[in-house]
Every structure is written in C-alpha cells, then in structure tokens.
Design a protein around this ligand. Structure first.
Ligand code: NI
Length: 175
C-alpha cells in the first residue's frame, strides 16, 4: 500500500474475525506503517476508540487505540493517548471485575453489558520497537481487553452474561 486507504471494517459474520491473529515476528516500522495508517484512518472514520488489525482483514497482533478528544460514541470518557501496540499482552492487577456497556465497530448499532477486569497492566511494542508498559483502570483497561480479545478471535457478545443487556443503541437511554 503506497497511500493511506480507509479499509472497510469487517462485520461480525466474517469468519476471519473469529481467528487468532499471529504475533509480529519482526517489528519493522516501514513494514507496519501502512497497516497502522489504515487502522488509524478506519478508527477515525468509524469513530471508534480502538481497532484491531483483524478488523480490517489483517490477522496480525496489532492494535490502535486512544481517546484524544471527546468521542461521539463514548462521550464523557477520560482521555487516553493515541497508541499503537504490537503484540500486546495484559494481566489483571486484581480479581475485581466491572460491567459496562461496550460496543464494537464490527457490530454496528449494538451495545452489550460486558464484565472486564477493572485494573490491569499491559505491555507491547511501539512501531520503533521500543517497549510500552502501562497500568490502566476502568474504560482504558476495558479498551485493551476488548482489543486483545479481537486478537484472540473473540468478540464481546461471547462475554455478555445477561442477554437482556444486549441491545440496539437507540433503545438505550443512557450509556
Ligand atoms: Ni471491537
């Protein structure tokens, strides 16, 4: 890809979304930049907070996420720096879980109440190969867990405990 393309985000039903993505063996910025640019553009166009490479049809373990300003899909959320993470991993810092309404660009128009670990630490690599390690809580931690699920071929409806809490956005008064 020699230019930045806005690739359509794949929707649930596409079989590759249920496949485990593979680790990037050699983190080469030149190699990954076109993919990351496409992900960033798609994320922006579709107004998501995060996107996994698998959502644009590339099953590599790369995610792009952040909340740089007020996001129309998730207003009133804390800011999270725009981050590219290659081969991300996370672990919970406690057993504490919390449920929140969650959406996904691959499942447009729907939201579900999904339990996630409240506090995690996560790590991965930036495009220049440097290691990123952070602790996150709440919505920030949720984004990481959601995107890592994508890399493992998992979509949030499979984590919903109560299917009365799986709903079209326009039926929900407040999120
Ligand atoms: Ni998603």
């Amino acid at each position: 890809m020699s230019r930045v393309d806005c690739l359509p985000v794949l929707k649930m039903g596409t079989s590759s979304l249920w496949e485990r993505s593979i680790e990037v063996q050699n983190i080469d910025a030149k190699d990954l930049q076109p993919l990351v640019d496409s992900m960033a553009i798609s994320r922006h166009v579709y107004q998501g907070v995060g996107i996994a490479a698998s959502q644009i049809g590339i099953n590599k373990r790369v995610i792009v996420f952040g909340i740089e300003s007020v996001n129309s899909r998730y207003p009133h959320r804390p800011l999270v720096p725009l981050t590219v993470l290659v081969n991300p991993v996370f672990e919970p810092l406690s057993d504490e879980m919390e449920e929140e309404w969650e959406g996904c660009l691959s499942i447009p128009g729907l939201r579900g109440l999904v339990p996630r670990y409240r506090d995690i630490k996560y790590a991965g690599y930036a495009l220049d190969g440097s290691r990123i390690e952070r602790e996150a809580t709440g919505f920030h931690a949720r984004i990481i867990q959601h995107e890592c699920d994508h890399l493992d071929g998992r979509l949030y409806p499979s984590r919903i405990k109560d299917f009365t809490k799986f709903a079209f956005e326009d039926t929900l008064k407040s999120l």
